[in-house]
Design a protein around this ligand. Structure first.
Ligand SMILES: Nc1ncnc2c1ncn2[C@@H]1O[C@H](COP(=O)(O)OP(=O)(O)O)[C@@H](O)[C@H]1O
Ligand SMILES: [Mg+2]
Length: 254
């Protein structure tokens, strides 16, 4: 299998609290990988480690054949990211905001128009960021991640705070990316229903532990075997998490 990101027992501790616990991930090249888990599961912490924003306590990872931490800078050049709600200069236009990021990354000027085009904001590039709707701001955040068309995108809850039509819009945009240009997308969410329409593969995290990893078809199989209706994977996801929580409580009592 051709994996573009693999992690090996990735672990992050904050003092004695284990936020990410022995997580081994396999992300296929060209896929959309849905990284799922309730709030506090450790999704953002994992993504921050992959982006070199926080150091692992243990474990390692490889991105496009490059090993962390040796190839840290080379890794950064390949990854576009969207972490939590992106902030922009309100009194600059969308285009000017992107141009600031472009300069930091040392990319050619043409990448700004290209990124605006990819997210469907070309017409609004010269509008002030403060006049953007929430959905447009999220698009602009995505455009920032797409500058220079990086082969890997790491998107942390990119639909957070959007209304249903905004969610729909961003979801379609993300789904179209691997076809628009050859990229791999790692996207997190706390709702499976939001991801199941676009993801090829799924990883489910709870309390820092990976409970499941596999294709959506594998998850459907798993649902069938566990007696769940496969037309409602969200229920199946929630009960997987509940079961894990219950066995944690049980273990804590012993
Ligand atoms: N800098 C930090 N110091 C201490 N605890 C943290 C820090 N960052 C995150 N955590 C804790 O780690 C856990 C995982 O957080 P996070 O990765 O943000 O989860 P998610 O993105 O899945 O909601 C949470 O319990 C959170 O409170
Ligand atoms: Mg998070």
């Amino acid at each position: 299998m051709n994996y573009i990101i693999t992690t090996e027992q990735l672990t992050k501790k904050y003092k004695s609290f284990v936020a990410v616990n022995d997580v081994t991930l396999h992300i296929r090249k060209g896929s959309i990988y849905g990284f799922l888990g309730p709030n506090g599961a450790g999704k953002s912490t994992t993504m921050k480690m992959l982006l070199g924003l926080t150091a692992p306590t243990n474990g390692s990872f490889t991105i496009d054949g490059k090993q962390f931490p040796t190839d840290r800078i080379a890794i950064l050049k390949e990854v576009g990211s969207f972490i939590e709600s992106p902030s922009f200069y309100a009194n600059l236009t969308g285009k000017e905001n992107l141009d600031i990021i472009r300069r930091i990354l040392g990319l050619p000027q043409s990448t700004v128009d290209d990124a605006l085009e990819l997210v469907g904001l070309s017409e609004f590039g010269n509008r002030l960021a403060k006049k953007y709707s929430l959905g447009m701001k999220q698009r602009l955040g995505l455009a920032g991640a797409l500058l220079g068309r990086p082969p890997i995108l790491i998107l942390d809850e990119p639909t957070n705070g959007l209304d249903p039509s905004g969610i729909h819009e961003i979801r379609n945009l993300i789904k179209s990316l691997p076809d628009l240009y050859d990229c791999t997308v790692l996207i997190s969410s706390h709702m499976l229903s939001e991801i199941e329409l676009i993801a090829d593969d799924i990883g489910i995290l709870n309390h820092g532990r990976l409970l499941f990893e596999g294709s959506l078809d594998d998850l459907r199989q798993h649902a069938l075997q566990s007696g769940f209706a496969t037309d409602n994977l969200e229920d199946m996801f929630l009960s997987m998490v509940e079961k894990d929580n219950a066995s944690r409580k049980q273990r804590a009592k012993l």
